[in-house]
Design a protein around this ligand. Sequence first.
Ligand SMILES: [Fe+2]
Length: 386
Amino acid sequence: MLTQSVAFGSFHNPVKIFFRPGALSELPGVFQAGEVPLIVTDPGIERAGILDRVCRVLDEAGFRYAVFARVESDPSIETVEAAAAFYREKGCGPVIGLGGGSSMDAAKAVAVVVSTGENIRAFRKGPIASPVVPLVAIPTTAGTGSEVTGVMVVSDLQEKVKMVLRGPSLFPKVGILDATLLEGIPSRVAAATGSDAFVHAIEAYLSRKATAVTDALALEAVRLLASNIRRVVADSRDISSLHAMQMGSCMAGLAFSNAGLGLVHALAHPVGAFYHVPHGICCGMFLQPVLRFNLPVCAEKLSQMAVPLGLEAGRENAFSGAKRVIGNLAEIFDEIGIPGNLREMGIPDFQVNDAMLDDAMGAVPRSLNARESTREDLRALFEAVK
Ligand SMILES: [Fe+2]
């Protein structure tokens, strides 16, 4: 409702997106004749035959290209440097990020490093605004939304932190959403990435920076994700559900690239950095404790998620409606197999440390969360996923 969010404001997104099964055929049209793109991807995408499909499209259009297929999950500064060296060696031009969030973010980082000549650490403090080579993002999961955001996450292994870097240079020039690339996605990957997308939509919706525009995108994302996530986790061959998931993830990305995120992300990054838990799983684990924490200040908005979630519009008061929404989200996340805590993930010895608390306290999403939080609040929320 307009009364719930800022009705006046601004909205920015410069990414051209193609979204249809088969949209991969648009790729050659993005480049100028003679340009040599570098494809940045990971071994799983290569093994699944998805890289071959992209290469074939470029081959048929007569483009030369180079492939760096060594991105790991949560890409490190070292991997980015290796890919940048390979880019220079091959004399590449544009950069294609092909894969999930890790590959797309690594591609963003490579574009920054080769365009500025700086190590990615140099950008830790400020927004990245220097011009960079053209970036194309081709997601093979429905999760991160990185194809439409000016955000990337790169791991600093020495410092044990996930650096969340932002700036206008990080928006891809083009995003290609082709649901056929998700066909056969392993159910645990569909669940973890779908969980991330879901949390993006919810956190953007509850953010202090939410506007009428981001609410519209976030609620439609919730509707698409809620009505398709169980189906794709059970059957990853259903193209129309995969397409709906990709659209939900992309709309959530459009929403949070303007509205920002909240405490779930402030808490999930340090746990991911210290315990190497997949990002989407971490987000799913923190969602319930954070929603219960936020409940006193956002019951009205939370209750309005009932209809997009496929629930009947409630006649009860906002607080009861919000609790019904939180309960429904718990059922969905449970049904797709997101563990409730780290013990269930096989991590029985989780300890909150000062570095994790410092990281979460200083995180931008904490400042955008609907409810203000103290260090002790954060400690309690970390303990809630033990
Ligand atoms: Fe996320």
